[in-house]
Design a protein around this ligand. Structure first.
Ligand code: DGL
Length: 358
C-alpha cells in the first residue's frame, strides 16, 4: 500500500512541478518584449526652436536619450536601447554616413529584434531605400521623422516615434523591407516620397500606396511591398568605404547640355535625368546624354513628375541610345540604385534588369 502511495505521490509532485515550470515559461514568454534598438541621426524630430511659436528651428538639437525619455510609453512595447550615429539635418546626409549607418544596422540586427532610425525627412526617402538595398536581415528596420520640431506646439515626433517602435516590435513587420513610419502611416522604402515641404502629411507612396496604417500603436497591415531587397539583395557594403559618384540633372524648358558636361568633368560615373514628362529632355540634352553614354557613363532616365513610371523606349529610344529607364523609381531613388549597380557592372542592359527588380 505504502509503495502505491509513494508512486502516486511521486507522480503528483512531478505533475505539479511540471505545471509550475510551464506556467513560469508561459509567463516569461508572455511578458518577454522584443528588443528594439533606436539609432538616431538628427533631423527635425530632434529639432528645437528658440521659442515654441517661432517657425525657425535647429535640426538635431536633442540626443537619442532625450527622444526616448520623451515617450516613456514605448517601454511597454519593447525593451529599448539607443545609439547616436550622427546628429545632422538630413539635407547633409552623405555616403560616409550611409555606409556607417548601413554597417551598424547589419551589426545591431545580429543581437536585436528590430531597429528604428530617427532621421530628417528631407532625404528620408533616399536613406531608407539605400538601407533597403544593403541591409542583409529581414528583421524590421523602420525610419521615423517629424515635420514639427520636438519643442513645437503639437509636435508630431513623439507619436511618430511611438508608432515606429510599435511597427518595429510587430512580428508582422518582418520581411517587408525597410519601412518609413510617419503621420499614422507606414510606407515601403521603395515606394515612399516626400510630397509636401511643411504639412505633417508630408509623405506618400504615389504609385503603390502605403504598407500599413497605424493608430496609437495599433497596426493594420496592407499588402506586402514588392521589390528585391534584404537577404535577397545582390548588393553588400561589407568593407566598402566609398560609393561611385552619380549626379541628377533636372530637366526644364530650354535646357542646355552644359550641366551634363560638368557632371562628367567632376567624375560622375552615372547620370540620372530628372526628365520632363516620361523622362524627356531637349534634343541638345538627349544628344549630349547619348554621347556621354557612349563614353561609358551610365545614363538613367527618370522623371521630375511625382507619380507614374518612366517607360523604356516610349518617346526616347533607350535601346538605340544606350539608356536605362527608371520605371517606378524617382530621380533620388534612381541615384541610390545606380550607385549600387555601378559597383557591380557598367552594362546598361544588366542595370535595366536591376531597375526592374529592386
Ligand atoms: N533639416 C530637415 C531634415 O533634417 C528638416 C526636415 C525634417 O526633418 O522634417 O531633413
Amino acid at each position: 500500500m505504502n509503495e502505491q502511495i509513494s508512486h502516486a505521490g511521486y507522480r503528483l509532485v512531478v505533475r505539479t512541478a511540471t505545471a509550475v515550470v510551464l506556467a513560469l515559461a508561459l509567463a516569461t514568454t508572455a511578458t518577454a518584449k522584443p528588443k528594439v534598438t533606436i539609432l538616431a541621426t538628427g533631423g527635425t524630430i530632434a529639432g528645437a526652436q528658440a521659442s515654441q511659436a517661432e517657425y525657425g528651428y535647429q535640426a538635431g538639437a536633442f540626443k537619442v536619450e532625450d527622444l526616448i525619455n520623451a515617450v516613456p510609453q514605448m517601454k511597454e512595447l519593447a525593451d529599448i536601447n539607443g545609439e547616436q550615429i550622427v546628429n545632422i539635418g538630413s539635407q547633409d546626409m552623405n555616403d560616409e554616413v550611409w555606409l556607417k549607418l548601413g554597417k551598424r544596422v547589419n551589426e545591431v540586427l545580429q543581437s536585436t529584434d528590430a531597429v528604428v532610425i530617427t532621421h530628417g525627412t528631407d532625404t528620408m526617402e533616399e536613406t531608407s531605400y539605400f538601407l533597403n538595398l544593403v541591409v542583409k536581415s529581414d528583421k524590421p528596420v523602420v525610419l521615423v521623422g517629424s515635420m514639427r520640431p520636438a519643442t513645437g506646439i503639437s509636435a508630431d515626433g513623439p507619436m511618430n516615434l511611438y508608432n515606429a517602435v510599435a511597427v518595429a516590435a510587430d512580428p508582422n513587420a518582418k520581411g517587408r523591407g525597410v519601412l518609413v513610419a510617419i503621420n499614422d502611416t507606414v510606407h515601403a522604402a521603395r515606394n515612399v516620397v516626400k510630397v509636401n515641404t511643411s504639412n505633417v502629411e508630408a509623405f506618400r507612396s504615389p504609385n503603390r500606396g502605403p504598407a500599413a496604417i497605424v493608430n496609437t500603436g495599433k497596426i493594420t497591415w496592407l499588402e506586402v511591398p514588392g521589390g528585391r531587397r534584404g537577404a535577397k539583395s545582390e548588393f553588400s557594403i561589407d568593407g566598402v568605404t566609398a560609393l561611385p559618384r552619380v549626379d541628377i540633372i533636372y530637366a526644364h524648358a530650354n535646357m542646355s547640355a552644359d550641366l551634363i558636361d560638368a557632371a562628367v568633368a567632376n567624375g560622375a560615373r552615372g547620370i540620372v535625368l530628372a526628365g520632363v514628362g516620361d523622362g524627356n529632355a531637349t534634343t541638345a540634352a538627349i544628344d549630349k546624354l547619348t554621347a556621354t553614354a557612349k563614353k561609358g557613363v551610365v545614363v538613367v532616365r527618370s522623371t521630375r513628375v511625382p507619380s507614374g513610371l518612366t517607360y523604356r523606349n516610349n518617346e526616347v529610344n533607350d535601346d538605340k541610345l544606350g539608356f536605362v529607364a527608371s520605371l517606378e523609381l524617382n530621380p533620388a531613388k534612381s541615384r541610390v540604385l545606380l550607385q549600387q549597380a555601378l559597383r557591380v557592372t557598367k552594362d546598361p542592359q544588366a542595370i535595366q534588369r536591376m531597375f526592374a527588380e529592386y
